[in-house]
Design a protein around this ligand. Structure first.
Ligand SMILES: Nc1ncnc2c1ncn2[C@@H]1O[C@H](COP(=O)(O)OP(=O)(O)OP(=O)(O)O)[C@@H](O)[C@H]1O
Length: 280
């Protein structure tokens, strides 16, 4: 179980996250949705220990995060960050093997080699194993980093997988393949928490959605419970119809069509906004 109690994070009196509470059971996949700046990545960073809460706590499998050793946590919790800063010329296989560092001392063992082979295969990057990470396309690189974090947790029970926009650079096939894989890992007993910007994919693959705004978790429920036109407007400020996808039978958002507006109009609107801000 992953439990957050009154999770709060402030930077120089600026509230980034406020009073977030939840409990996520093993086997659940949760999608974090919200507009830019809502606090989704900050929540991931509090769950992965990159940020220390200003108030509140995170409890994983019955123990507060700060009671675990670094190595034991690294074996049960992995994060795929939104951005990957790799400037050295590692091969794909070396990058994926980095996920196994918490598991061996000097030489990778059979289990480590198997984990790397299997996760590269699942993420569709085996054929790239000898390529430099620096030479890959955005989507290929994202799949390599996914393989790395899966290798880190491979065959671990009670694993916590944190994914921050894991499919942002992927084509439609790999978007579905990746979320199917995350779904399968949750069904296998892992807890998966994924920041997603595609509401429809989140609705299709996640058990539960947290809708976030201004550092708060405003709604928490199954896709059909929380996705309605009013909530979509509250969270994203857009008008949308909410229907049932006739093929998948999942809740499906259809933003109301907005006619493309001429640039002159947009520039005028911008001016009006600027003027009103000046008056305020
Ligand atoms: N280290 C920091 N210093 C100052 N402000 C920060 C810091 N980290 C986050 N913020 C601010 O906190 C808010 C939440 O940021 P966060 O990255 O969690 O948003 P997000 O929901 O993940 O957004 P996006 O969808 O754009 O990735 C933003 O307004 C951001 O500018």
């Amino acid at each position: 179980m992953l439990i957050a109690e009154n999770l709060t994070y402030t930077i120089k009196k600026h509230i980034i996250l406020k009073g977030v509470n939840f409990a996520i059971r093993p086997g659940e996949m949760v999608g974090l949705l919200g507009a830019n700046g809502a606090g989704k990545s900050s929540l991931i960073k509090l769950l992965n220990g990159e940020y220390t809460p200003t108030a509140g706590l995170v409890n994983l499998c019955g123990n507060n995060l700060d009671t675990y050793s670094v190595v034991s946590l690294a074996k049960m919790r992995a994060t795929m960050a939104q951005q990957h800063r790799v400037s050295a010329d590692f091969t794909v296989k070396e990058i994926v093997m980095m996920g196994r560092y918490p598991h061996y001392n000097h030489q990778p063992q059979t289990a480590d080699l198997e984990a790397v082979e299997q996760t590269m295969e699942l993420c569709g990057v085996s054929h790239l194993e000898d390529r430099s990470i620096l030479s890959l396309s955005g989507g290929e690189s994202q799949r390599v980093h996914l393989a790395r974090v899966l290798a880190q947790l491979w065959k671990q029970p009670n694993a916590l997988l944190l994914l921050d926009e894991p499919i942002s650079a992927m084509d439609i096939k790999f978007q579905h393949q990746t979320l199917s894989l995350a779904r399968a890992l949750a069904d296998h007993g892992w807890i998966v928490v994924a920041v997603l910007h595609d509401i429809n994919l989140a609705a299709q693959y996640a058990d539960r959605l947290f809708l976030m705004k201004n550092g708060r978790k405003l709604m928490d429920g199954t896709p059909s419970e929380v996705l309605n036109s009013r909530n979509i407007y509250t969270i994203f400020g857009i008008d949308a119809d909410v229907v049932l996808n006739p093929t998948t039978l999942h809740t499906y958002i259809v933003p109301k069509v907005v006619r493309p507006l001429p640039l002159d109009f947009l520039l005028k609107k911008e001016k009006i906004v600027d003027n009103s801000q000046a008056v305020i």
